[in-house]
Design a binder for this molecule. Structure first.
Ligand SMILES: [Zn+2]
Ligand SMILES: [Zn+2]
Length: 281
């Protein structure tokens, strides 16, 4: 059984529509796929409708959290229709803030002489506007030659000249909201130093006590040493070691199914759906 529990579509910052993501998942020989767009379940109806035979779709998302000034991503799986839930309301707030923040960053970039406009950036997104869309607009405007050059202190890297922070959830509160919505929470890419901050073990241990179900161990940003270390930590804390490709379509080079979740981990994760978490933060 081949399982990829981390993918993005145009419902957030991936380059392929949900139907194309599930088509590629089928082609990659996957049996189970989680579509985990940032702060939204919006891609799920289209993904479900286009589901190739033999592929199971897990309802998921990647929630934007912030801890001690650092960005933390929390994967949520097995969510029931989140409409009307507190989680849905928080997601709407995050998406709205992402939007106004996108506008603010466009303003700052314009002040820095980059000739891009908000409608142009919005046209590149299909819902949630993220920094990758700004980066693509910057390439189109000729300010940089490759999207990754935008993610530096010079431009829109964290703390950069045109960077604007946005609303995000406290991770403990996120755990509570996910449990309320019937799901299970997995800490995304905890050892990805390239993202600026490696989540300390003590923090992971505190989140485990607050209801975290799993740790994403198999991720493209983790080297072998990091995978072994996180695997041992997950075992110590009784967390489920999961995995996924974090595919964003052509933005990351088609890598769907290149990282997978062990079937026994997936089984353990299913058993954690809806288990009550800690107190709301
Ligand atoms: Zn992430
Ligand atoms: Zn992701």
């Amino acid at each position: 059984m081949r399982i990829d529990l981390h993918t993005h579509s145009t419902a957030s910052d991936g380059t392929d529509p949900p139907a194309e993501v599930v088509r590629r998942a089928g082609q990659a020989g996957l049996d189970v796929l989680a579509l985990t767009d940032h702060d939204t379940l919006a891609g799920h109806p289209a993904a479900r409708q286009a589901l190739p035979p033999g592929l199971a779709l897990v309802t998921g998302m990647e929630l934007s959290c912030r801890l001690a000034g650092h960005s933390v991503h929390m994967l949520a799986y097995g969510l029931e229709a989140a409409g009307g839930s507190e989680l849905a309301a928080e997601c709407a707030a995050i998406v709205a803030s992402r939007r106004s923040r996108g506008r603010d960053m466009v303003d700052r970039l314009r002040e820095l002489g980059v000739d891009i406009t908000w409608p142009q950036v919005e046209a590149l997104a299909d819902g949630v506007v993220g920094r990758p869309h700004l980066a693509r607009a910057m390439v189109a405007a000729g300010a940089i030659s490759r999207p990754e050059q935008a993610f530096t202190p010079e431009w829109i890297g964290a703390g950069g000249r045109a960077y604007v922070s946005r609303y995000a959830l406290d991770p403990v509160r996120a755990l509570w909201l996910i449990a309320q919505a019937g799901g299970a929470a997995v800490l995304a890419h905890p050892g990805a130093v390239s993202r600026g901050w490696k989540i300390p073990d003590e923090t992971i241990s505190a989140l485990a006590a607050a209801g975290l179900a799993g740790l994403e161990v198999q991720h493209p940003d983790h080297d072998q040493a990091e995978r072994s270390r996180l695997g041992a930590l997950a075992a110590d804390l009784d967390l489920v070691p999961t995995g996924g490709s974090d595919d964003h379509g052509s933005l990351t080079g088609d890598r769907i199914g290149r990282e997978t979740c062990p079937p026994e981990s997936y089984e353990r994760l299913l058993a954690r759906y809806g288990r009550p978490a800690g107190q709301p933060g």
